[in-house]
Design a protein around this ligand. Sequence first.
Ligand code: ADP
Ligand code: ADP
Ligand code: MG
Length: 472
Amino acid sequence: MFKRILVANRGECAIRIIRSCRELGIGTVAIYSEADAHALHVKKADRAVMIGPDPVKSYLNIHRIVNIALEAGCDAVHPGYGFLSENADFAREVGKAGLTYIGPSPDAIEDMGSKIKARAAMIAAGVPVIPGSEFALANVQEAKTMANDMGYPVMLKAAAGGGGRGIRRCDDDEQLRENYEITQREAMAAFGSDELFMEKCIVEPHHIEFQILADTHGNCVHLFERDCSIQRRNQKLIEIAPSQFLTPELREEMGAIAVKAAKAVGYANAGTVEFLVDKDHNFWFMEMNTRLQVEHPITETITGVDLVAEQIRVAAGLPLPFAQKDLSFNGFAIEFRINAEDPKNNFLPTPGTLTRYFSPGGPGVRVDGCVYPGYTIPPHYDSMCAKLTIWGATWPAAVSRALRALNEYDIRGVRTTLPYYRQIAASEDFARGEFHTGFIDEHPELLDYKPYEAREDIAAAVAVAIAAHAGL
Ligand code: ADP
Ligand code: ADP
Ligand code: MG
């Protein structure tokens, strides 16, 4: 087993990895940028090394990160999610330095990294793939011809896309013409590549993804599905496991296909195969994420498997401790991404200083966070500052517990998605467990809540009234 792992990430992701390392008796080295000098992951690791002044580029500095790992006596590197987690060059450099990369092979990362390549590999493996282009689009004319052949609506997508960026729905020629360049520009700015492809737009789909785990001895299992249909701007906000939308038969069929997809690219370590499922239960492969996923805690909650620990064991060459038949799930889990952003203002990020932070607890409540009272959320990074994961034996129990925990949660100083989630958790459609990816757009009424400042005003007014009444 490894002695010391360098965690090439920040925030709640780095803390999550450090926690499993500690339980396994493995030492940890954190890295940080100047902007993160007061970040919690710096305090939680055994040792932390400052990389440099640039808030973002520091976490992408492959050469420096590998050197820090070597100097600090690490034998492995965990990339987490975001940053270098899907960068084949990083995985390669880590390997070249004689360190173990805790993730799949550089080839597997590369095969799945381009969505165009991934689609081709999956078609070759006999996996159903969303109808669309086989190659990168050459120009807007070609895109138009393809869209008319396929029939609108279509999706324009960046081949290198991630985090919901570089995706645009087009309903007619006019929109396609408008969106083509915008999507290209966005893709270039975010991913350094303006390669686009086209997919048929699946109407009112469910985003259903399967967690898979594979070792280097040829064993590969799936750990059931997550329903990530509640999204804003094509990025997940709330995820649930298992999906209420799947029948046991469909679960088994899709799980087997997810395993087949992973095996087709010789995959080892943890990964996620994402599908879209339409209302008639037709399903298609969308993409594979060759890393740990943000929403992995809901899978851990219903299966009892520590996915980070399994990633580490598999990377150390150990065989998976279970076969498919040994795996089962219990109850329901819901994850809420607590983001420092304002749902009422088109989910605009709201970095700033937390004047109060009180996280919930009690039965069935897990919090993966990276903030504390007085902490200033830097503006340079992802707006997610904590994840609240709820377990309940039944769906209604999970929803009721979610509402209880969301009401216990108290964050002041910056606007967050918390009050919006209280609305969602209390809504009828959520309680029924019925949602597709259009949920947020179809429920503008859920944005009708009082932000925390108002709640604070009311509390202050009540206190004044009580004091006056008591003659204080
Ligand atoms: P997941 O796919 O794990 O559910 P997201 O799609 O929200 O999660 O992305 C995971 C994290 O990685 C987020 O912090 C997101 O901002 C970041 N991310 C994802 N893809 C990319 C990418 N291609 N480039 C930069 N950051 C990315
Ligand atoms: P990312 O790499 O950013 O995660 P994905 O390809 O996984 O991008 O798509 C993210 C989300 O965008 C999906 O969960 C879905 O809501 C929407 N989406 C993507 N492709 C399609 C499609 N062909 N039809 C309908 N919705 C889509
Ligand atoms: Mg995706």
